[in-house]
Design a protein around this ligand. Structure first.
Ligand SMILES: *[C@@H]1O[C@H](CO)[C@@H](O)[C@H](O)[C@H]1NC(C)=O
Length: 379
């Protein structure tokens, strides 16, 4: 602006000096100053008013720029020769990560009325002390690295080693370590209460035998408004569950529930509505009343008590389905995977990569397939 007004002044002098005599010069100078002052005020006013109007667009643009720079930094991060520990936190906007994996990101980002970022999520992983050593290391080596600050492990003991490795993200629920209905509902209850205390927009629950495709999850949730009621997951039965409600003269109750072993997500709006029957330990008493496991209790509360339907999401996978049927060309679109061992038969994702002796549940190979730039992946 300063440059502009100086230029303006010069132009006026060249033109005007030819016509005016020297005595009028003072008057002209005063006039010029007045005109310039008025012009400056006008410019300042204009930039302020458009600044206010454009504020939202500016936010979007900034986000897109952040997305771009995040992509570059993610690329750099993934191709580093250093260890994965303590790194991704430094990225200022890890939430826009999902947008890095889809073409036409700019339109998609700007068209959405709300933005879902990694940091809008609260990811809980249910585990137990018996499985820490067997199941957590692979999670910590793979997908946890992409959501370190958002992922919390809910367990039943204090484990100093894993507390350190997860940067303090192990929560001792003080629940029993048995696989009983009550113990499971107890953990879900703590997961739910912990989420409610945060300012996160989404609660996503997984088990310790899940692989979570973090960027895909973030991108997927971007299509749903967390201010609306959403219960997103995948049932593992063909028809809604039917139970008898002993309270109400043996009335039949039918509802769907998302299998906990496949993972599911709840929007903040829905979680808040669930509070009267699910928060502060009430999840346990509700579970006790119907005498069914945690994920079924979740379905009962949401579908039956609150009358909010489950939205079936095919991209969640539990070990109850055969993993080998997930085609290689759609692996990238899936949100969660699992594995199981039945007698000597392994139910695992069919993917090339590391030797099965070294990578029995295929999570390392899957991670390298999805994120080939990761340090430990072969080039
Ligand atoms: C578990 O018990 C300890 C010790 O009494 C307590 O500090 C902690 O807050 C409890 N955890 C939960 C999730 O309630």
């Amino acid at each position: 602006m300063a440059q502009m007004s100086r230029d303006g002044e010069q132009v006026i002098f060249i033109v005007e000096n030819n016509k005016m005599n020297f005595r009028n010069r003072k008057t002209l100078q005063t006039l010029t100053v007045v005109v310039l002052l008025a012009y400056t005020i006008l410019l300042v006013y204009q930039s302020f008013s458009t600044g206010v109007i454009d504020h939202e667009n500016m936010d979007v643009r900034t986000s897109v720029e952040k997305t771009r720079s995040f992509r570059q930094r993610l690329q750099r991060y993934l191709s580093r020769d250093q260890d994965l520990e303590g790194d991704l936190q430094n990225l200022d906007n890890p939430g826009t990560m999902a947008s890095n994996f889809i073409p036409g990101e700019v339109t998609q980002v700007t068209m959405r009325p709300f933005m879902t970022e990694l940091n809008d999520m609260f990811i809980s992983v249910k585990t137990t002390k018996h499985f820490h050593k067997e199941r957590l290391p692979i999670i910590l080596k793979t997908w946890f690295q992409l959501a370190k600050d958002q992922t919390w492990f809910f367990t039943d003991t204090n484990d100093y080693d894993f507390q350190k490795m997860t940067n303090g993200h192990m929560i001792n629920t003080n629940c029993s370590s048995s696989h009983s209905r009550k113990a499971l509902c107890c953990k879900m209850s703590v997961e739910f209460d912990t989420f409610i205390e945060t300012d996160k927009k989404w609660f996503c629950h997984f088990d310790d035998d899940n692989y979570v495709n973090i960027p895909r999850l973030v991108d997927f949730l971007g299509d749903y408004n967390p201010r609306e009621d959403w219960y997103l997951g995948k049932p593992s039965i063909q028809a809604p569950l039917e139970i008898i409600n002993k309270d109400k003269s043996s009335q039949k109750v039918k509802f769907w529930f998302a299998t906990g072993g496949a993972g599911f997500c709840l929007s903040k709006a829905l979680a808040l509505k669930m509070m009267p029957v699910a928060s502060g330990g009430k999840f346990i008493s509700t579970g006790e009343k119907i005498r069914l496991p945690d994920d079924v209790t979740m379905g009962y509360i949401i579908e039956h008590l609150l009358k909010k339907p489950l939205t079936v999401v095919d991209q969640f996978h539990s070990h109850l389905e055969p993993m080998k049927f997930i085609r290689r060309d759609i692996l990238k679109d899936q949100i969660s995977f699992s594995y199981s061992k039945n007698k000597e038969e392994w139910n695992v994702v069919k993917i090339e990569g590391f030797d099965t002796k070294y990578d029995t549940n295929r999570f390392l190979s899957l991670h390298c397939f999805l994120f080939p730039e990761t340090r430990f992946c072969p080039r």
